[in-house]
Design a binder for this molecule. Sequence first.
Ligand SMILES: Nc1ncnc2c1ncn2[C@@H]1O[C@H](COP(=O)(O)OP(=O)(O)OP(=O)(O)O)[C@@H](O)[C@H]1O
Ligand SMILES: [Mg+2]
Length: 492
Amino acid sequence: MAQNTSLEKPILHVEILQRRRSVMAKDVLMHEVDTILKNMGKTYVDSHIKEFPNSGLQEHILHIKICEVQDNADVKEVELCNVMPRYYVYQLECDGPGIEELNEGEEEIPAATYWILPAAEFDNYWENLVFDTNIKEELLNYIRTTLLFSDRKICESIISWNKVVLLHGPPGTGKTTLSKALAQKLSIRLEPRYKYAQLVEINSHSLFSKWFSESGKLVQKMFTKITEMVEDPQSLVLVLIDEVESLTCSRASCSNGTEPSDAVRVVNAVLTQLDQLKKYPNCLILTTSNITGTIDLAFVDRADIKQYLGLPSKGAIYQIYHSCIIELERTGIIVDSERLFTLKELTLIKMAESKVTQPSLLLMKIAEQSQGLSGRTLRKIPFLAHALYIHAPRVSLYDFLFAMEKAVQKQLKDREKISQPSPQLLPYSNLIPTPHPQFRTHPPPMPLSPNNHRPPLPSRTVHPFPIPTPISFYSPPPPIPNLTPPPAISPN
Ligand SMILES: Nc1ncnc2c1ncn2[C@@H]1O[C@H](COP(=O)(O)OP(=O)(O)OP(=O)(O)O)[C@@H](O)[C@H]1O
Ligand SMILES: [Mg+2]
């Protein structure tokens, strides 16, 4: 992915999804697709070509995705003679995820989930994410610079970068989905460089050992496995640490003052391992968080990109709803549909009111009412609209839009009710179980205040451990004398 100079034509990225059963050589496919595109003259960014009449390609290609014009994020209509197409041919892996296990004593713990990329599961994630800024293009540019600097062997003690990305923001704003989508995109775009690509999602919670002081060692073991993968230069390894605050909680908030708590050892281990991975050009660490205030500053400092993902604007909401309605039309649930304009078309005609724009303007009004809802909730609204107000296998577009409007209003009302505190709710500290005395060492699970009341925990978000296990008060239990297994239950 070398940068084009201003004298060259801009690069148009084109992804070709080859059928799994096809064995046609990639360069032959690229050549065929090039001929098709040259004959088209003009095309649109973010469009799919699914039909290839008279070429015999139908048997080999599922679709051609016309992606972005590099460094020209705003270009949507492309004269093919003015760009230089760059082709990527890929086939999807359908095997689903695998589990990477680590042994901890006698036990195997599921330390990570991994996918061979590009995975069928993540296809279309990238296209279906809508953001108000060019976040996706910026992430791709970051990777281009990373590759360029690695290729030119830039001295890392002069200019340094850590290959760590942190996506943060409120719940349901697409952080995890964007991380997986980026991993998938890189596996497609970097295919000429790497023979294999895999995404390893670290299961942070399982790395917290039930044995005091062992969690840091588990983290180290996990990263040793990752390093083994990364040592193969033909393999691209994308590591996802979702909800990274659980592995990198601020050390200042989790030390008990005397000896380093288990959580501190975990943070130290993560930081050391990240520093060791940074020398490998074929490894990228993707992390997400919705409570960044609790993350250790040394980790935040290591992230090259700290990208905030916020709640979608009215325009982004319109696009998300638009894609939902197109899907319901494709599957025959919305029938006899009037034309729904894209956001770009509506903007071009300055939202002019007429009979043909009526349904689109109604959808825009619903988008406006939906401001404040997360991407996750927005993608649920069409489902709720149908479940609560339609009850029929087929529906007209107008009826569906009215149902959506009601579903949005219900969602907003329900949220309001939930955000009011309920007097019956127990304080959070009461939810932490008291460990069995046999597993307890001093000090007791929570210090008592002078008036003998257990002080409440500061808040859930600053509690450094996977809830609800106060690990640092545990030590390995002594062997339990005369422990016999429970009698087998007789089948009779
Ligand atoms: N900007 C967006 N555009 C389109 N869909 C979105 C957007 N944001 C979220 N979604 C959808 O919402 C769902 C949840 O997204 P995701 O799990 O990635 O959110 P998250 O930010 O990781 O949330 P959390 O902080 O709760 O883990 C996904 O189906 C995703 O496609
Ligand atoms: Mg998430």
